[in-house]
Design a protein around this ligand. Structure first.
Ligand code: C6P
Length: 420
């Protein structure tokens, strides 16, 4: 396809971003699907893994697989060292003040549930209020609904406008002295909207509330800086950040974490156990009960190294160009409507096409080796807000190219011809 030169120049090799070189780090991208080169545009669901991560996982299981914090033998010391080194890498990656503030969890979902059950359940009571927004993933809705059922707290919802942006005036109206928790997504998985987290946090703090940020979609696309955001809790998943599935991070301010009861009980989260009384371990171990996903943590450390080498500022700029290119290409398709047109957006193109159900579109694209996600994206209230059952969603990573966007658009054209 031919698009204006200015757009191409912004996204192609002219930017100096060596996308083809980076692609070679991802073995899975070399394969064909249904005899067509794989075009992987489902990165918001899970991102692919570079060989730098795969090799670290392989090395752990081949050379020093062992339990941590327990053994005095060499392998256990190696594994413990690698595990705790990964924590240091993540502390630097998110600019947390201390290692005690970095807790390993299974993923974003567990991070939010931990805060809801440990912080929320111990502190909230009947009539207290929790603010979420219309654009939340179910992982940032249901844990708060459970907490409301348990405590009698009440859920309040910030509406969004037609572009898929938070109504910040309404947010200010919702904040009051009963607000205890504000739980907001950093980047929406269904719309791509980037929310103004520092501003949201400042206003919540002024009202005396703590702030929990769902960073599942932000970590792979934007530099994280806990000191600058000043939120109280922030959580993300490793698998969207080019690391393993089943591992993630919960950041929490140390003073809050110190005061919170454990979420899970078991080994490693204790100092001393008798039948009369148990003394809990220090942070961060108080929240890491049982044998953790050791390989996952070490793999996540490797993923953080990798993505830091590529450089999140460069990733942000490249993806911004790619998204703009994709949005302009999509605008050339009659009957295609973007869902989510916020002024500040990241890497997600959610859309519907007249006369084609998103699932049919996804199936037809798959025949050409193009992987997108279709459905409600675990954000049913977003679908309800826009009056649609589902969208098709192409989500980009820094290894995607303008040629792949062209293939997506050609695939949509093909589907339209089939359904004509
Ligand atoms: N979104 C998507 O295709 P877990 O499953 O715990 O790693 O992440 C949950 C989650 C929480 N918040 C947001 C904003 C998310 O996008 C996700 C995961 C995937 O959009 C799977 S539904």
């Amino acid at each position: 396809m031919n698009y204006p030169q200015a757009v191409q120049a912004d996204t192609g090799p002219a930017t100096g971003f060596p996308v083809e070189t980076y692609r070679q780090d991802f073995p899975i991208l070399e394969q064909t699907v249904r005899d067509m080169p794989l075009v992987y545009l489902d990165n918001a669901a899970t991102a692919q893994k570079p060989r730098q991560v795969i090799e670290v996982l392989d090395d752990y299981y081949r050379s020093y697989n062992s339990n941590i914090h327990r053994g005095v033998h060499t392998l256990s010391e190696l594994a413990t060292d690698a595990y705790e080194t990964a924590r240091k890498k993540i502390q630097r990656f998110i600019n947390a003040e201390s290692l005690q503030e970095v807790i390993f969890v299974r993923g974003t979902t567990e991070g939010i549930n931990l805060v809801a059950q440990s912080y929320g359940r111990s502190r909230l009571g009947a009539g207290d209020e929790i603010i979420v927004s219309t654009m939340e993933h179910h992982s940032n809705i249901v844990p708060w609904q459970l907490l409301c059922e348990q405590t009698g707290a009440v859920l309040k919802v910030i509406p969004i406008n037609d572009a898929g942006e938070l109504d910040m005036d309404e947010y200010k109206n919702l904040l009051n002295e009963r607000t205890r928790i504000v739980a907001i997504v950093h980047i929406s998985n269904a719309l791509g909207t980037i929310n103004p987290i520092a501003e949201i946090t400042g206003q919540a703090h002024a009202a005396g509330a703590v702030v929990v940020i769902d960073g599942a979609q932000a970590a792979p696309h934007t530099k994280l800086d806990m000191a600058a955001l000043d939120c109280d809790f922030y959580t993300f998943s490793g698998h969207k950040l080019f690391g393993p599935t089943g591992i993630g991070v919960l950041y929490g301010k140390q003073a809050l974490l110190e005061d919170m009861p454990p979420y899970h009980g078991g080994g490693d989260m204790i100092k001393m156990v008798t039948f009369e009384k148990t003394l809990y371990n220090d942070l961060p171990y108080k929240f890491e009960a049982g044998t953790p996903y050791i390989a996952g943590v070490i793999g996540l450390g490797a993923a953080v190294d990798y993505v830091s080498d590529v450089d999140l500022d460069r990733i942000h700029d490249y993806e911004h160009g790619l998204l703009r290119y994709a949005a302009e290409a999509a605008a050339t398709v009659p009957g295609l409507r973007l869902i989510g047109t916020a002024a500040d957006k990241a890497s997600i193109l959610s859309f519907v096409v007249d006369g084609i159900h998103p699932h049919d579109l996804g199936t037809i694209l798959d025949h050409d080796g193009i992987a997108i996600r279709t459905g409600h994206h675990c954000a049913m209230p977003v679908m309800e807000r826009f009056g649609i059952p589902a969208t098709a969603r192409a989500s980009f990573a820094f290894y995607n190219t303008t040629e792949e966007v062209d293939k997506l658009v050609a695939g949509i054209d093909k589907a339209k011809n089939i359904f004509k």
